[in-house]
Design a protein around this ligand. Structure first.
Ligand SMILES: Cc1cc2nc3c(=O)[nH]c(=O)nc-3n(C[C@H](O)[C@H](O)[C@H](O)COP(=O)(O)O)c2cc1C
Length: 338
């Protein structure tokens, strides 16, 4: 079994779109990136380029699928391979009502044999690694042994990595947001999984916010996935390549980052009539978090750049506000890594 990249950025709906991923690649070349969850049915019936299109510069990129039909998922996995994705991941962690109504997401943890069939079908359909993102459990199915049974069953079908969100979910009574905050984190159970199944690739996820914490977890598991902190503080990844992968950091300056994102937004807006510049600029919102002028930058970008009638000069104006507040625009961003 090939070893997992030790660090990844979690799939997040309405966040890890192609624009966000393109920006993160300016900060880290090695971290594995994920798409938002894309439902298999949508791929089979919808606008594939809109749902799955990406720039090769975003690679390595994993496609996260939602669904529970082995046949449909197999077709999607084949499409993913043809389009140049590096991995296909199945979402067995989402607790939203809509997803549960479709009988996929975290409720699939109650049907390990079904997940195994999905993994086997996807493996048969393509040569990509097939991975699963799940939780410790949900509702009453949340004992360590329940998770172990799930993992063993799915591993037998050839799952290449288990990414475990280290908290359970409650399907009744908690919103998806509350399900990321209220059930307590139980990282020791993910460490135990790796200790008891050393031949499996195990990635931990949930509440991890610094590269120091990443390094600590890597002493116990193969990989670490970061979600919200990667959106709230993109510069967290400015030194990820050197610290976690032993490779040089891209280390652009804020001025270079701003110029690259501005040019990319213009290319995007020009490419298709329905492409909006605002979508391409949104990932920049949190870029300067922690630096002087970050609030003002966000204000200008929000009021002038992220609206329907966005000003074409919104980004330069937001960057000028950042510089005027004293942010060093010409220092490598590794200097600001948190
Ligand atoms: C806005 C948002 C959207 C998310 N969308 C997805 C998704 O599409 N697929 C998925 O598996 N998890 C999704 N998640 C969960 C994250 O991937 C991750 O498991 C969770 O946020 C815990 O990691 P963290 O504590 O590092 O944020 C989402 C989380 C957030 C905050």
């Amino acid at each position: 079994m090939t070893s997992s990249p030790p660090l990844s950025i979690a799939p997040m709906m309405e966040r890890t779109d192609r624009h966000y991923r393109w920006m993160m690649r300016l900060l880290t070349r090695r971290t594995l990136l994920y798409t938002e969850m894309v439902v298999a049915n949508a791929i089979l019936n919808g606008d594939r380029e809109h749902l799955l299109g990406f720039d090769p510069a975003e690679g390595p990129l994993a496609l996260q699928l939602g669904g529970d039909s082995p046949a449909d998922l197999a077709v999607c996995a084949r499409i993913a391979e043809d389009m140049g994705y590096a991995e296909v991941n199945l979402n067995v962690g989402c607790p939203s009502d809509r997803v549960a109504a479709g009988h996929f997401g975290v409720c699939l943890m109650a049907r390990p044999a079904q997940v195994a069939d999905c993994v086997a079908a996807m493996r048969a359909a393509c040569g990509l690694p097939i991975t699963v993102k799940h939780r410790i459990g949900f509702d009453q199915i949340d004992a360590y042994d329940d998770m172990l049974r799930f993992v063993d069953t799915v591993a037998a079908a050839g799952c290449a990595r288990f990414t475990v969100h280290a908290r359970k979910a409650w399907l009744q009574g908690l919103s998806p947001k509350e399900n990321r905050e209220i059930p307590p984190l139980r990282p020791a159970e993910v460490w135990r999984l790796k200790a008891e199944r050393p031949h499996l690739q195990v990635e931990i996820n949930g509440g991890i916010t610094t590269l120091d914490e990443v390094a600590t977890h890597l002493q116990q598991v193969d990989a670490v996935m970061i979600g919200r902190a990667a959106w709230d503080r993109p510069l967290l990844f400015a030194r990820a390549d050197s610290r976690i992968f032993g490779a040089p950091d891209p280390a652009p300056t804020l001025r270079q980052l701003g110029a690259a994102m501005g040019a990319q937004a213009e290319r995007w807006a020009a490419a298709r009539p329905r492409n909006r510049r605002a979508h391409a600029l949104k990932p920049l919102l949190n870029l300067p978090t922690g630096l002087p002028g970050a609030r003002r930058f966000r204000q200008v970008l929000t009021t002038e750049g992220l609206i329907e009638a966005a000003r074409p000069d919104a980004l330069p104006r937001a960057l000028a506000a950042l510089e005027a507040a004293g942010a060093d625009m010409d220092a490598p961003v590794t200097q600001f890594a948190i």
